[in-house]
Design a protein around this ligand. Structure first.
Ligand SMILES: [Zn+2]
Length: 308
């Protein structure tokens, strides 16, 4: 049995998976804000999960934890997790001390990539990019069954590739980053609404024929398709899997992205040869990130071959 935790902006999810990687128990609690509250809600999730399994956390031995922000898996520290109110926190050590387990800490998009790779049943010979369309835009890379972090953990940070030199100033200090055009926050800026799901609201308005909505929706889709193209052209992964909150839009989102990729292919023999539309898909339903975190649980840096 392996235990994984995904600390999200609003909820913290803990799962137990069996030796074959199937979810056997899961548990959700609201995520606290600030260091003490995040530690407390994570401890509560793991402790309640252990309760349900009729055991206590130390019996788990090790757990994997995914958290947003800049994560150093070696030291278990997290920084710049703005939405959680965390900056430079030794989260791994804090959780280890309270739960009596070893803790592997990893960035949330990276654990979601591992989880999607596993839940899709992709074999170890496959390569996959998990494109997370959330508030921001980032990708996790699983190459040959292993997470590829790059030399400084920056691999897949494609949201900060500048695509418009005259564009808006990004929080990273550059101008015109892809994230400013292809993300939930990008849509929220261009399509202001009180609706709790701005992107869903945008798609509905576009489907109903609203001219501005159609324009904003198309710009968003074009830039998401652009992100898919960047991933294929830089890493040449077999599959680009789109995940994150926005994917609740389902088939209409995927079809729109495929349409853009197909239109580009019609104008470029080179792009056509890459077969982009057939390489993009949606992440599987289910607790992708916490399952991915569980796969980190008692491993230093990779998935065991028998699990993928
Ligand atoms: Zn940026």
């Amino acid at each position: 049995m392996r235990i994984g935790v995904d600390i999200g902006g609003t909820k913290t999810e803990a799962v137990a998976i069996d030796g074959a990687g199937r979810v056997i128990e899961e548990m959700r609690v609201p995520t606290g804000f600030g260091a003490d509250a995040v530690i407390a809600s994570t401890v509560a999730a793991v402790t309640e999960l252990a309760d349900r399994l009729g055991t206590t956390p130390p019996a788990f031995g090790a757990i994997g934890v995914g958290v947003p922000g800049a994560v150093d898996p070696a030291s278990g520290r997290v920084a710049h997790a703005v939405n959680l109110g965390l900056d430079d926190l030794a989260l791994g050590d804090e959780l280890a001390a309270r739960l009596g387990v070893r803790v592997r800490l990893e960035n949330d998009v990276n654990v979601a990539a591992l989880g999607a790779f596993h839940l899709l049943g992709l074999g170890a010979e496959r390569s996959m990019a998990y494109l997370n369309l959330g508030t921001g835009l980032a990708a996790g890379l699983v190459l040959g069954g292993r997470l590829w972090r790059g030399s400084r953990g920056t691999a897949g940070e494609i949201g900060h590739i500048p695509v418009d030199p005259a564009g808006e100033l990004c929080s990273c200090g550059q101008r015109g980053c892809l994230e400013l055009l292809a993300s939930g926050s990008a849509v929220a800026r261009q399509w202001p609404t009180e609706h709790p799901r701005p992107v869903q609201n945008l798609f509905e308005a576009a489907a109903a024929g609203d001219a501005l909505a159609i324009e904003v929706r198309q710009r968003f889709i074009d830039n998401v398709a652009s992100a898919v193209r960047v991933l294929v052209l830089t890493v040449d992964v077999d599959d680009v899997v789109i995940g994150g909150g926005i994917t609740s839009l389902g088939a209409p989102l995927l079809e729109a992205i495929r349409e853009v990729l197909a239109s580009w292919s019609a104008q470029s023999e080179f792009l056509a040869s890459l077969e982009l539309p057939s390489r993009v898909g949606l992440a599987p339903a289910g607790p992708v990130a916490s399952v991915g975190a569980a796969l980190l649980g008692d491993l230093a840096s990779s998935i065991e071959p028998d699990l993928v």
